[in-house]
Write a protein that binds this ligand. Structure first.
Ligand code: COA
Length: 432
């Protein structure tokens, strides 16, 4: 759903020769072949996870079958079939403005064995992914990151943010809307389908969002083999007065310092509409024997702040979450709908070349853009990183200019802010 295989694209020759020059082999890994087990073990080691069980390998094989898996092999090592570096990628879809989306080259599982670190292997893998994606016609690549220090060097930059939310439920007191529908407990085994159904409706309206996949929903539901908290998972579904399922809350409860102050940990809170959002948050905040509710990947300014008597009972910590890389400037900029007309010439600096150049961006009364290469003098200058951060309107040009990341006259930057203002704050509500 929302994804298709990219495994038929050839391996990037430049990365293959850069790796070969250091005695390493760059190769695709067949998810159905013998190489999958060692591939997955290398990924688990890279992310500091335990060794996967045979059941976990089979379950991951199902999830990753639609992906392009690439490994780097050191055939002189004691385990020549175990990759010393890994990456996977697939064709996803990014919502750029409500109801409009763009194919996205999604990247994950970037690992380099600690025995082979800092020799340029990640550079070969990431630049190889970008060249392959660009050659295949993708305007954007994207990923979610473990550290904020790694991917800027290849032109990635945050484009959608998310908040980790912690609510002290004893201070909060619900003052939000009363939802007219009903809540019911639902079984964990029903969750993959329910989560997928609700999320598909939400993500097409939310800039920054991408589709999930069966393995992601099974993970949130605690249904993956050997899941640590699998038996603790509980879930409620909200149905509106017409009986349509509008929201799902998946959570676990952890005993706090006292029995009466458990912590409710949200694994997923997907709400299709304001009613469902209020119903699910109210359920969480008013749960008996709970003193604290924790939820990751919430909107940057979480709406629940406006639904409680003491807004300071809601602490929200902002993190960069969705990192994008522009590969094709006209393809990326012309994909979204804008908030105001604009006529501006933008100079983009891209050391890797993909987006480098001077571009005319004209947004008409119909709020759509025409983007062309031009010889005109740029009115604003920015790095390809800054362009990715601006794309969905999650940060203002005037803010990036304060940090020296965009140069231009204040009036021009103000006009860009007006045009790029998003219809909804960009948010990515899953990890990928
Ligand atoms: C992050 C990781 C993939 C980097 O691999 P690597 O092969 O050592 O990276 P490279 O040798 O290609 O380094 C390229 C550049 O990035 C820098 N770099 C690499 N990892 C970095 C990090 N974690 N923080 C800051 N800089 C980093 C290098 O110093 C180098 O800089 P230079 O170009 O100025 O010399 C590797 O450390 C790893 O597997 N980490 C654990 C798993 C992980 O976090 N993966 C990311 C998932 S989102």
């Amino acid at each position: 759903m929302g994804t298709s295989s990219t495994s038929h694209f050839p391996l990037d020759p430049a990365s293959a020769s850069a790796l070969a020059a250091t005695g390493l082999e760059y190769a695709l890994v067949d998810p159905d072949g013998d190489g999958f087990d060692p591939f997955l073990r290398s990924v688990a080691r890279g992310f500091l996870d335990e060794e996967p069980s045979a059941d976990q390998v089979e379950s991951a094989r199902e999830s990753l079958r639609a992906r392009r898996l690439t490994g780097v092999f050191d055939r002189a090592g004691v385990a020549p079939d175990a990759p010393v570096a890994t990456v996977d990628s697939w064709s996803s879809e990014l919502t750029v403005s409500p109801g409009r989306s763009l194919p996205l080259w999604a990247i994950s599982a970037v690992t380099v064995a600690p025995t082979h670190r800092r020799r340029g292997i990640a550079t070969a893998l990431l630049t190889g992914e970008l060249r392959t994606a660009a050659a295949a016609g993708y305007a954007l690549a994207g990923l979610t990151v473990t550290e904020a220090t790694i991917y800027g060097r290849w032109g990635f930059s945050p484009a959608a943010w998310a908040s980790d939310v912690v609510v002290d439920t004893r201070r909060a007191r619900w003052t939000g809307p009363q939802a007219p529908g009903r809540l019911d407990f639902v079984s964990p085994s029903s969750l993959p389908e329910r989560l997928s159904e609700v999320h598909e409706r939400i993500r097409v309206r939310r800039p920054g969002a991408v589709p999930g996949w069966e393995g992601r929903w099974r993970g949130l539901a605690g249904l993956l083999p050997d899941a640590k908290d699998g038996k603790k998972v509980r879930a409620v579904a909200y149905r509106d007065t017409d009986g349509v399922q509008r929201g799902i809350l998946v959570y676990t409860l952890e005993e706090g310092e006292q029995y009466v102050a458990h912590e409710l940990q949200v694994r997923a809170l997907f709400a299709d509409g304001d009613e469902a959002l209020a119903a699910l948050w109210r359920f969480a905040l008013e749960h008996d024997l709970v003193g604290r509710v924790k939820a990751e990947l919430q909107p940057a300014v979480p709406p629940v702040q406006w639904m409680v008597a003491d807004r300071r009972a809601v602490a929200a910590t902002l993190t960069d979450h969705h990192w994008l890389r522009v590969l094709d400037v006209p393809g990326a900029l012309a994909s979204r709908e804008y908030s105001a007309p604009l006529d501006v010439v933008i100079g983009v600096d891209d050391p890797l070349g993909f987006a480098d150049g001077v571009w005319s961006l004209r947004i008409g009364e119909d709020r759509t853009a025409v983007v062309e290469r031009t010889d005109a003098e740029p009115e604003v200058r920015m790095s390809v990183n800054a362009l990715a951060s601006l794309l969905l309107g999650g940060v203002r040009a005037t803010e990036l200019a304060v940090a020296g990341l965009i140069a231009g006259e204040p009036a021009t930057l103000g006009a860009i802010d007006g045009a790029f203002a998003p219809a909804a704050a960009p948010l990515l509500d899953i990890w990928y």
